[in-house]
Design a protein around this ligand. Sequence first.
Ligand SMILES: NC(=O)c1ccc[n+]([C@@H]2O[C@H](COP(=O)([O-])OP(=O)(O)OC[C@H]3O[C@@H](n4cnc5c(N)ncnc54)[C@H](OP(=O)(O)O)[C@@H]3O)[C@@H](O)[C@H]2O)c1
Length: 247
Amino acid sequence: MKRLNGKVAIVTGSTSGMGRASAILFAKEGAKVVVTGRNESRAQEVVNEIKEAGGDAIYVIADTSKKEDLDKIVDETLKAYKTVDILFNNAGSLSLSPFMEIKCDEWEKSFKVNVDAALILTKKVAPIMKAKGKGVIINTSSVAGLMGYHGFVGYVTSKHAMSGLTKSMAIELGPEIRANAICPGAIETAMLDSVGGVSAVQAMVDKSPLKRAGTPEDIATVALFLATDDSSFITGQLIRVDGGVDI
Ligand SMILES: NC(=O)c1ccc[n+]([C@@H]2O[C@H](COP(=O)([O-])OP(=O)(O)OC[C@H]3O[C@@H](n4cnc5c(N)ncnc54)[C@H](OP(=O)(O)O)[C@@H]3O)[C@@H](O)[C@H]2O)c1
């Protein structure tokens, strides 16, 4: 029995990295998946891969910093699949400016993509989930949503906000809806490549008990756990998936 049979899942930021791996895994487990991102060719590739494996998926091209695009994600989902059971707020934007250098537009973009989109999308799908008596929200925060790091003030602050947002969602949207956040450590994706890849975080990896960076699949399997009833008594949690750094 597939674990997400009959479920409809929106995965933001699923044209790449951990969102892509999660969309593919959710579809393999029977979910109808809505793939989103700004890059149409990569979105099409993910949908093709899902369909070639016998799954069901559509893509919606959307910039999650734009309110009208967030409306489009939910509208297209309902048009194709009539409902939403799982929302994975995973799209994220990295901001690399230190405190004294960050400009307002970079700060605002961090919040729009990393926090506001999750608030807006969740407000749109929560009434549907409440009416069904069940729903799951999964947010991607970060280890940078749990502790400070030098040189990433927009990212660190917005990811801390995502952690707080997750707790507020869990408290205010229960008992029908469970909301949890995954806090990844260093994961081998395009985002990590943009700051120099695994070699840029080698010191962190070396002092971690598992001595490796994570893979997108390491995150996807945790997202699947949070999406299913296997985690039915877990809500409001910030779950580190980081190979044990800083324990
Ligand atoms: N990799 C790490 O080490 C790490 C660690 C902790 C947390 N995270 C978080 O994990 C999440 C996934 O990142 P990843 O590592 O898998 O990176 P990735 O491979 O670069 O994927 C990022 C995804 O977010 C989407 N995205 C970014 N900005 C967007 C926007 N304005 N509108 C719509 N989609 C947007 C991208 O889609 P398009 O390019 O198609 O728009 C892409 O699908 C992010 O929230 C990130 O902050 C990553």
